[in-house]
Design a protein around this ligand. Structure first.
Ligand code: GLU
Length: 469
């Protein structure tokens, strides 16, 4: 992150750039931009060794133009209020861009998860959920948290249980948080959703021949080289799907260092190597890069920063060699770096679009919780037998039989994960088509187009509410 411009200011600069393309009034733009409410808290934790420590945490709700507000909770040692506000702001725009009917929110607890036992993490999480419940900062129709950096289904299950023990409205309580384990009301496909969305967005972007021509690249994913920063939930699944889609992973950055091999490596081999040795370093045939951030400057076609914000700055942007920057993380590129990369002709797939797969599938999970039925439960067998009946009728008419293989690939009913993945794909493709068309019409970059689209949709929502003439 640039030393003198905060993360929130960076986000707001991007907003201002896009706002210039709109004809909304200054007052309305200001209302859209401002973060509506922030709950800052400090509470005590008794550590396993008996000592008392004070924990700092926040929940920011950026916009209630649609309810509930939505966004993850991150656990990291550098969490601060400015960051939580910035991330909540990005959530509002992200939801608008992919037509997920939520306002934006974000939570953060300032702890390094590595330094706390599971028991301590559970105490912290439950106290945080208790504070949110008491102050009306959580609820199926109010504000719905989800996982983010440093959290997963485990923490979401603790939050659900705490909320459940306090609520007086248990019927829809499952929908108070998403990203839950499947056994606790979670939805299949949520864990990999952000990474899958990143993959779909990149695939979509690489599908336009004229856009690839401008970058000097061939259309399609096949043979494209990729560097991933961060092997967490987003980075790992993005890398996995990109590899399956025909890309070659040539570099990986993690907190212990980075590795690079111009001929590439298999993701699973690196993951297994890390499991065995505790580090990605020392992977056979790969170059070790002690200073992990340097991996961002290595040769590749697609660079996927999928860790934290402020990674590509005015200090390293001119050395980035990738033609496509695919923002898996939130805010990995500062506004100064954004200018430098665009000046070099890079295609930046912005965070507010590219990592929206997570919140999209969170929306599906929330719907599932409110409807109290698994997607596919009512129709799967019906679809399967209808298709089977059609095939039998065709066989009867033609006097010829389908092979078992043909029959089993056609006579299927959609399972929950089929529907989730299909809904995610539809969402990511539609949103890309929308922002690409705006970028062309306004002769601007994709981030500005995405922000423009978000501003317009949120403004429309205010206008429809009749608050603004
Ligand atoms: N933390 C994720 C994000 O930044 C997911 C949010 C959600 O599912 O609510 O988009």
């Amino acid at each position: 992150m640039s030393s003198d411009i905060s993360f929130l200011e960076q986000v707001n600069l991007m907003f201002d750039k896009a706002a210039r393309f709109t004809d909304h009034t200054g007052g309305l733009l200001r209302q859209i931009k401002m973060c509506n409410s922030v709950y800052a808290m400090e509470f005590p934790l008794q550590r396993d060794n008996g000592e008392i420590e004070t924990i700092q945490a926040w929940r920011a709700e950026h916009s209630q133009h649609k309810l509930p507000t939505k966004g993850g909770i991150r656990y990291a040692s550098n969490v601060n209020e400015d960051e939580v506000r910035a991330l909540a702001t990005l959530m509002t725009y992200k939801c608008a861009i992919v037509d997920v009917p939520f306002g934006g929110a974000k939570g953060g607890i300032k702890i390094s998860t590595r330094e706390y036992s599971a028991n301590e993490l559970q105490k912290i999480t439950r106290r945080y959920a208790y504070e949110l419940t008491r102050k009306n900062f959580i609820g199926p129709g109010i504000d719905v948290p989800a996982p983010d950096y440093g959290t997963s289904g485990r923490e979401m299950a603790w939050i659900l249980d705490t909320y459940n023990s306090l609520t007086t409205e248990p019927l829809n309580a499952l929908a108070c948080v998403t990203g839950k384990p499947v056994g606790q009301g979670g939805i299949r496909g949520r864990t990999e959703a952000t990474g899958r969305g990143v993959y779909i967005g990149i695939r979509e972007a690489c599908g336009y021949k004229e856009d690839m021509d401008k970058l000097g690249l061939t259309p399609g994913l096949k043979g494209k080289t990729v560097i991933i920063q961060g092997l967490g939930n987003v980075g790992y699944f993005a890398a996995k799907f990109l590899e399956e889609g025909g890309c070659t992973i040539v570099g990986i950055g993690e907190y212990e260092g980075a590795i690079y091999s111009k001929d590439g490596f298999k993701l699973e081999d690196v993951v297994n190597h890390r499991k065995e040795t505790g580090s990605i370093m020392g992977f056979p045939g790969a170059e070790n890069i002690e200073s992990s951030k340097d991996i961002l400057e290595y040769q590749c076609d697609i660079l996927v920063p999928a860790a934290l914000e402020g990674q590509i700055t005015e200090h390293n942007a001119d050395r980035v060699k990738a033609k496509i920057i695919a923002e898996g993380a939130n805010g990995p590129t500062t506004s100064e770096a954004d200018k430098i990369l665009l000046g070099k002709g890079c295609l930046i797939l912005p965070d507010v679009y590219l990592n929206a797969g997570g919140v999209t599938v969170s929306y599906f999970e929330w719907l599932r919780n409110l409807s109290h039925v698994r997607f596919g439960r009512m129709n799967r067998r019906f679809e399967q037998s209808s298709a089977s009946n059609i095939l039998s009728a065709v066989e009867k008419l033609t006097g010829r039989n389908f092979t078992e293989g043909d029959r089993s690939s056609v006579a299927i009913g959609a399972t929950e994960v089929d529907l989730v993945n299909s809904g995610l794909e539809e969402t990511m493709i539609n949103a890309y088509v929308e922002i690409r068309a705006i970028a062309i019409a306004k002769d601007t970059d994709l981030r500005t187009a995405a922000f423009f689209n978000a501003i317009d949709k949120v403004a429309k929502s205010y206008a429809e509410m009749g608050i603004w003439p």
